[in-house]
Every structure is written in C-alpha cells, then in structure tokens.
Design a protein around this ligand. Structure first.
Ligand code: F6P
Length: 358
C-alpha cells in the first residue's frame, strides 16, 4: 500500500501532528507514504511528491504550519496560471484534474489522505469521483466543518486570541479607551465567541448575528455610566451590520477584513469615546499547537489510516466525543457548522451581560 498525504487551504496549528500520526501508523502497517507539496498543486509539478518516512516526521508534533507546504491556489479543477504571453497579462484558470489523477496513478499511489477545510475537502470529494480513493481530515481554525465537534487548529487560535484580548485589557483600562479587535471567522463566530467570553470582552459580534451599532454603543455608554471607562469589543471578520454587507479588503478574491476599523470609527463618532482597532489576522493561524490540537491531530492522522485499512473511502474522520468517528465527506460538506443561536455558549455570553449586538 502506498498512500499520499496533502495539506490544502489555509494552514492551521496541528497539521504536522496529523502528518506524523498518519505516517507513523502507515509505517507500522508496512505501508509506504509520500507527501504532496503545496496542497494538490504538487500533483501537477515536477518536485511535488516527496517521500515521508519516520525521519521526515521526527520532532514535528509541536511545530506550527505544515512541512508539506500549502496553497489556496492548488485546485486542479481551476488551476491558476499566468495568462499566455506573460508580461503582467493576468491569470487564467484551467481544469487540470485529469492530469492530477494521471499523476496520482503514475506515482503508484493507492489512496490519499486529504487534510483540509471546506474548500480542500470539496476538491478531495471531486477527485474521489474521478477515481482517487480519498479519506478526509477536517482542518480549520474557524471550526466550521460539519460532522465534527472540533477541527484541529481551533483551540490554538482561540488561545492566541484570548491572550491578545487579555493584553488589550490593561492598555484599554489605562487609557480609558474602547478597543475593537478583529479575529478570524469567515462564516462562523466560534473564535470570536470563545475567545471573547474567555477574555472577558464586553461586546462580541459574530457572522451568525447581524449587529446593530446602536446596541453596541448603548452597551459602551452603560459601562461608562457605571464607572467602567473602557470597553473591549471582539468582532469576527465575517460579522456584518444588520441590513449591511460583510467588509471586504479584496472583493475580487473575497478576502475579508476591515470590519474592526469600521466598527471602531462608528463607536468613536457615536459615543465620543476614543476608540482604537486592531486585526489579529494570521497570528491566529501560527505558533505551536496546544496540547488539545496536538492530540486531536495525532488522533485524526492515525484514524485516517485506519479508515484506509478498512477501505472506507469518501469518509472523513470526525471528533464525536469520546470517539473519533467516520462521516461521509459529502454529508459533512453539505452541512457546514455555524454557532447555534440556542447553544449554551451563546446563553452563557448573554447571562454574563456580554452584548452580542442584537
Ligand atoms: O478559513 C480560515 C481562514 O483563516 C478564514 O478565517 C480567513 O478568512 C481565511 O482563512 C484567510 O485566508 P488567507 O489569508 O490565507 O487567504
């Protein structure tokens, strides 16, 4: 048995733990492993397939990033390349999926472990439909993949965001300012909610609850009246005002960003309070994974190899405590996860007096 591992889309702490878990458990079965570099892009390049043995995965559990590299541009169905003629003529997209399948076969591969979020797992499913036996592993700091209670990387991102919010408290209080901090969370507000509650934020704005800026300002004014001359607002990058749109810094590529700045500007205008904003951005994707993410990554990696051994192609490993379960990829992708509005965490926030902007 010769299996390939790919890591696609945005990186997340714990990717290397998954790779190590998969490689060591494959080796224990007497299988051979290779890595596909740069997401799926490595199937279409000269140096894109690298051997993965015990030596390659030694001492990587605690490392952020991915030893295989990743890309959000490696989709073989829409492969992006410079337009013919060069000289700044832009990009074109080409379907190179047949070449990717041919490369997979030419390398004598029997199965692929695709580690990714919604986008990369969707590509994996399409490659499966073209004949590549695939097993999925859910990854994203946003925690928005369906079918699993958690994706690895989320816990580390929440820890990073909470640490930042803790640090903002002292400066906000000293200067009697409002601080608005933007965290990641394109469609789901799990990072904002968990870090915001844990870091004692006063306002948390998430994509699932369109906010009213008046309500946000009322909360800040109430605190002011109570003698609390500072406030911390945590906003997910995908949050939007009621009746308004998400904030994009690059509409062509749908890159989100800038909502903290907009919210801060409105707060300063409407309350007269000095207000500053900051964006945590990719800091949340970096660094050493927490113990939870290391363990989850190792459990996912080894479970993915067990699924291959059982011939359960088209399935994805999933955390369904206390076990690592298998769910069909198609089912997981059909129902992406969002913060349930009736969840205990939302109720906790409200009971603590945190404003959710509604
Ligand atoms: O999906 C994870 C995520 O961190 C999103 O929250 C964010 O919108 C996106 O990745 C940004 O990705 P990149 O900057 O790599 O394009």
């Amino acid at each position: 048995m010769k299996i390939a591992i790919s890591t696609g889309g945005g990186d997340a702490p714990g990717l290397n733990a998954v790779i190590r878990g998969a490689v060591l458990s494959a080796i224990h079965r007497g299988w051979e492993c290779v890595g596909i570099r740069r997401g799926y892009g490595g199937l279409l390049g000269d140096d894109g397939i690298v051997p993965l043995g015990a030596a390659e995965v030694r001492g990587i559990t605690h490392l952020g990033g991915t030893i295989l590299g990743t890309s959000n541009r490696g989709d073989p169905f829409k492969f992006r390349e410079p337009a013919p003629g060069g000289g700044g003529g832009g990009w074109i997209e080409r379907d190179r999926s047949d070449e990717a399948v041919a490369a997979f076969r030419a390398h004598g591969l029997d199965a692929m472990i695709a580690i990714g979020g919604d986008g990369s797992l969707g590509i994996a499913l399409r490659l499966m439909q073209k004949g590549i036996p695939v097993v999925g592993v859910p990854k994203t700091i946003d925690n928005d993949v369906g079918g699993t209670v958690a994706t690895f990387g989320f816990d580390t991102a929440v820890a990073t965001a909470t640490d930042a919010i803790d640090k903002l408290h002292s400066t906000a209080e000293s200067h009697e300012r409002v601080m608005v901090v933007e965290v990641m969370g394109r469609h789901a507000g799990f990072i904002a909610l968990n870090a915001g509650i844990s870091g004692s934020a006063d306002v948390i704005l998430i994509p699932e609850i369109p906010f009213d800026i008046q309500t946000v300002c009322d909360k800040i004014r109430r605190r002011e009246a109570e003698g609390r001359h500072f406030s911390i607002v945590v906003v997910a990058e995908g949050a939007r005002p009621r009746g308004g749109a998400v904030s994009l810094i690059d509409p062509e590529h749908e890159r989100l960003g800038g909502i903290a700045d907009k919210v801060a500007h409105s707060i300063q205008q409407m309350t007269g309070k000095e207000t500053r904003s900051l964006v945590l951005g990719h800091l949340q994707r970096g660094g050493s994974p927490t113990t939870f993410d290391r363990l989850l990554g190792l459990r996912f990696g080894t479970a993915a190899v067990r699924l291959i051994a059982e011939g359960r192609f088209g399935d994805m490993v999933a955390l369904q405590p206390p076990i690592i379960a298998a769910v069909p990829l198609a089912q997981a992708l059909a129902a992406p996860k969002r913060v349930p509005l009736d969840s205990d965490t939302i109720t906790t926030a409200r009971d603590l007096g945190i404003s959710l902007g509604d």
